[in-house]
Design a protein around this ligand. Structure first.
Ligand code: HEC
Length: 455
């Protein structure tokens, strides 16, 4: 028996990699560690405490910190990015022709008066470019880049670091961690290339926007379906979100900012400015607006197992993202409606809400045949279930989320969340990697309801 490496589940012959072993596994270096638990009824083989298990605990601890700090950062910078992006969409659609003659003469095409935080603001927009560039020009890109970088780092310390826990569901696709990681990364890259090719070839044509919109919608649907056929539901939803978010940041990095740089360079050189850069940038920026709500849903969805573990989870994903885009359209058009430029966009919101309501009805759980459970369920019974189905990821060697379920005291200490995770949200065992049965879930439920006692 070695110390750390991969763990084989005896009842399923599936290999679950502890996070420490992933790098080794990817390199083909696999060292088996002790058998963690045994077939139903057989006694557990306890692994002796060894330095490597302390190392694994330390690794989980540090990964948890990385996860917490990166998530914190990611949410903060994402708020800054989405916030400024929403603001500029609002600004652009709320501009009115300037009143002042001097502004008109300078080539101002729109202005806005606003009051905020005790001050009055008067932003103006120049048609193509101002007559003279100011010394200091503020650029908006770090919000986007830092959102992508922190998001990718977060994806790395969870999904890519422990692919067997997060990325792979053997019931969906039983493949090696290295293959799953490669496919996940390919998802982000391939989508960008296809999306970019669509925008480039059709974007500037007549009716180009509509054609691009339709094709991108189709592409997102195909990608969503493919993701759910390859990855664990939770990972599939997140990956589709990451894929769209990558395209959003790539839009900023490859098109919007370079286009702006060309405009600024032309202005500085006193050359005429080609309006194509502005048009292209605007097109990508509009796409980003419609990606926002779908991406945010996909990012949050991994806390909601009822959504990603549904039998038709790809339909759920596509429908909710579609509802998000429709609701965004409502908000974008409301600005124009306030200025009398278009009709009230309530039908968009109505469509979005109807889709969500339809999902609520369609996804409601079907009543299941009740599982017979004894009136009294003992701690010994529950402990046996934990040993078999949970300790693999919640024991001495690996304590996911710092939850250990390998002693009666520990099980009782976590009774509330164990009940939540196993019975209510059914999020645990993760991807049901350990094959818990309905009867076992019912036993845990009964034990909790009768007071989660130690006896
Ligand atoms: C294949 C590995 C694996 C198995 C098996 C597993 N878990 Fe987990 N568990 C995890 C991971 C990973 C997390 C952290 C989840 C996250 O980051 O959202 C976790 C988190 C938890 C949490 C904390 C949830 C929270 O957000 O506070 C509880 C409680 C839990 N698991 C209970 C169980 C129970 C009970 C079982 C057995 C019925 C079980 N787990 C089986 C991997 C597993």
């Amino acid at each position: 028996m070695g110390c750390c490496g991969l763990i084989r589940l005896p009842w399923s012959t599936k290999t679950v990699y502890t996070s420490a072993s992933v790098v080794a596994a990817a390199l083909g270096v696999t060292r088996p560690i002790g058998v963690h638990s045994a077939r139903s009824g057989e006694p557990m083989l306890r692994k002796p405490a060894c330095p490597a298990s302390r190392q694994a605990t330390m690794e989980t601890y540090l990964l948890d910190w990385a996860n917490l700090l990166l998530r914190w950062l990611h949410v903060i910078v994402a708020i800054a990015w989405i916030g400024s992006s929403f603001y500029f969409v609002f600004l652009d659609s709320s501009l009115t022709p300037p009143q002042d003659e001097a502004l008109k003469k300078d080539g101002v095409s729109g202005e806005l008066w606003a009051v905020h935080g005790g001050g009055f603001y008067h932003p103006v927009k120049f048609n193509v470019s101002p007559p003279k560039l100011p010394e200091h020009l503020h650029w908006f890109y770090w919000e986007s880049y830092s959102t992508w970088l922190s998001g990718f780092a977060l994806f790395l310390v969870s999904y890519l670091w422990s692919p067997s826990v997060y990325l792979i569901d053997p019931n969906v696709m039983d493949w090696s961690p290295a293959a799953a990681i490669t496919a996940a990364l390919a998802f982000l890259v391939v989508f960008w290339f296809l999306y970019d090719a669509i925008c480039r070839t059709l974007g500037q044509r007549e009716n180009g926007d509509a054609q691009v919109g339709l094709l991108v919608l189709l592409l997102v649907c195909v990608a969503s379906y493919a993701a759910t056929q390859l990855f664990a539901g939770r990972a599939a939803f997140l990956l589709v979100g990451a894929m769209l978010a990558t395209a959003m940041s790539a839009n900023v990095f490859f098109w919007i900012i370079p286009g702006q740089r060309k405009v600024v360079a032309a202005l500085k050189a006193g050359q005429p400015v080609d309006p194509i850069h502005g048009k292209r940038g605007k097109q990508r920026s509009v796409h980003n607006t419609y990606f926002t709500l779908p991406v945010l849903f996909a990012m949050l969805s991994n806390h909601y197992s009822f959504a990603y573990s549904h039998a038709y989870n790809w339909v759920v994903l596509i429908a909710i993202m579609f509802a998000g885009a429709a609701i965004r359209q409502f908000f974008v058009m409301r600005h124009g409606w306030k200025l009398g430029r278009n009709t009230h966009p309530w039908p968009y919101a109505a469509v979005g809400v109807m889709v969500l309501l339809a999902l609520i009805v369609w996804m409601k759980p079907v009543p299941q045949a009740p599982v017979a459970v004894p009136d009294q369920v003992s701690m010994a019974q529950v402990q046996q279930i934990m040993e078999q189905r949970c300790v693999l990821c919640h024991g001495e060697a690996l304590a996911s989320k710092n939850v250990r379920l390998d002693t009666p005291m520990a099980i009782r200490q976590h009774a509330q969340t164990v009940y939540q995770q196993t019975v209510v949200t059914r999020q645990m065992p993760m991807n049901n990697a350990t094959g818990i049965t309905e009867e076992e879930r019912a036993l845990v439920a009964q034990w909790f309801r009768q007071g989660a006692s130690l006896d």
